[in-house]
Design a protein around this ligand. Sequence first.
Ligand SMILES: O=C1C=c2cc(C(=O)O)[nH]c2=CC1=O
Ligand SMILES: [Cu+2]
Length: 509
Amino acid sequence: QFPRQCVTPEGLQSGTCCPSPTGLPNDECGSSTGRGQCVSITADRRPHGPQYPHDGRDDRERWPLRFFNRTCQCNGNFSGFNCGRCRHGLTGPNCDQRVTVVRRNVMQMSADEKRAFVDALGQAKRTVHPDLVICTRRYQEIFGPDGASVQFENITIYNYFVWTHYYSVSKTYMGQGQQSFGGVDFSHEGPGFVTWHRYHLLQLERDMQDMLGDPSFALPYWNFAIGGSECDICTDDLLGARSSFDTNGISSNSVFSQWRVICESVEEYETLGTICNSTETNPIRRNPAGNVARPMVQRLPDPQDVIDCLELNTFDTPPYYSTSSQSFRNTVEGYSAPQGNYDPVVRSLHNLAHLFLNGTGGQTHLSPNDPIFVLLHTFTDAIFDEWLQRHTAAGTVVYPEENAPIGHNREFNMVPFWPPVRNAEMFVAAPDNLGYTYEVQWPTRAYTISEIITIAIVAVVLIVAVVGGVIGCAVRARSYRSAEGLEPLLGEQFRRYSEDERHASQSVV
Ligand SMILES: O=C1C=c2cc(C(=O)O)[nH]c2=CC1=O
Ligand SMILES: [Cu+2]
């Protein structure tokens, strides 16, 4: 959420977060070497949709101005909270070398690659984030009872990934004794769903590259559009098999059975107005296809669902919400049927994959606690990227500037990422702009009935033509052969005829 260096009482009171990449005095944002400068933060001022009627009650409005109003603006290819990094997809001391990582199908990884990925996740779960800390109170209580200490905590790299998703979906606290307001979601049910989760993954991938010291590390993906009711990645060499002793648990042969979740104390957050902290509590709950009360979520999406959703032409449609129809975004998110029509009982694609997990991974405030979340969302992002690349040329790829639900307008700084990053910055083709690409074999569209009939007709015509041709040849061959059968006779006669001719010509002379 914010750099550790900035969340001092003085830093918060000043509203300025412009650290130096070198720690040298008078080098805020690397200004002494031209990497950046400390500027006022601009936040989206466009009107948001009617879903959130409590303007002025929530720290996340016009993010991040409630906490900081000045931060680093980095020049050229430089990036990061102190301009000490390179923009995504670039590397080297001057950030002028392109680097692209490849996100692969986790099922196509070798045993060693799978083990390395599982180990890297375990390391991220244990390693304290080197730069960022999380707030555990709303701003009005951030200075703590003594007014001197500030209510921020260290958190591990992976738990930070969980916490940011929780913070973005948490309810608006309306005061003691009052119901918290749940009609707000800064990362779902709007156009920002795809851009928010894209940056969410990018941050984790970058944090893990730094942690491993491996700039080529890439998050893999889970192709969940395989139909059926089997969780093919739920094996002990990957994300954990089902426990033999607890239908809702993970096998003790998997390291993920040792993981403990954060952000479970929803009751407390909503009644006391506190915020999830880094305390870990219970094991991951997971029971794939086990929700017998909801048969629709006992199956995974089909390959055809991906094909259908990729064929939708419009990125998002008014009201830019979970009720939108013919919206690629609402369809890939899973509130509309794969063909685009909104239906309140439908859950498809991304949402269906979450609900299929039937446990921690299907509860929005908890879901990233189950690491399947990472692979589920890289595949969702792959579909988003494929859609962008297929439709950008058509000129129909338009991200709404206003009237989207709060947090989802194009120029809104995505909550609670730092340094501030707008939805618009993630609404680009990943390979050319963000330094990663996907290795995916997209399913091809099944033929329609009319196409099948056309193909059948053409096939019949071809067969008739070929058979006709063969018969024709056979008849001709046969008649030729029978002609051949006469040949010795014809030949004999021809020979005798020639003999007679010769005698006749000699007698004339
Ligand atoms: O973690 C999530 C859980 C979800 C449940 C639904 C639903 O459609 O009911 N959607 C979800 C999105 C999530 O991110
Ligand atoms: Cu999500």
